[in-house]
Design a protein around this ligand. Structure first.
Ligand code: ZN
Ligand code: ZN
Length: 160
């Protein structure tokens, strides 16, 4: 049974203060509307990512349709990313300076954010062996966290 994720935070992999979304938005040639700005601010203050329902609940003066419309826009211009975890969508800021992956424990729901640099060797190997370059440097990897692994070992030991 999957429980609500506990999130292990690494602030350096979240959006730093100098994330500069206003400049990035301006560079896309689009306007900074109060709605766009509010959604970006909410995501910036969130512990890494935020579900659509929570985003709708926190957005002031916006109905869900407006929130979704603005999210769609922010995803299209590459400032926000939709992440699917256990079948549920949530949203996070795209910070090109801090690429990361999500490690999700399928047993206890622990979610860890790890630097994408951890997979650099794997990318190089894909390129070298298969001449293949993946589209994304953002993965959600399911597995067992350290604690759940040791619990599993204890259970599977013979009772002699
Ligand atoms: Zn992410
Ligand atoms: Zn676990």
């Amino acid at each position: 049974m999957f429980r609500m994720p506990r999130l292990e935070l690494n602030r350096s992999l979240h959006a730093p203060q100098n994330w500069g979304y206003k400049d990035r938005l301006r560079k896309t040639g689009h306007r900074i509307t109060p709605q766009r700005e509010q959604i970006l601010e909410l995501l910036h203050r969130a512990p890494h990512r935020m579900g659509a329902l929570e985003l709708c609940a926190r957005a002031e003066g916006m109905n869900p349709a407006t929130v979704y419309r603005n999210l769609k826009f922010l995803i299209e211009v590459g400032l926000v990313r939709a992440v699917e975890l256990q079948g549920e969508l949530s949203y996070e800021l795209v910070n090109p300076n801090a690429p990361h992956h999500h490690l999700l424990c399928r047993k206890c729901g622990l979610e860890q954010i790890v630097s994408a640099h951890a997979a650099t060797g794997f990318y190089a190997q894909l390129q070298e062996t298969y001449g293949f370059r993946p589209d994304t440097n953002h993965w959600v990897i399911y597995g067992l966290c350290e604690r759940c692994q040791s619990n599993e070992e204890r259970v599977s030991k013979p009772l002699i």
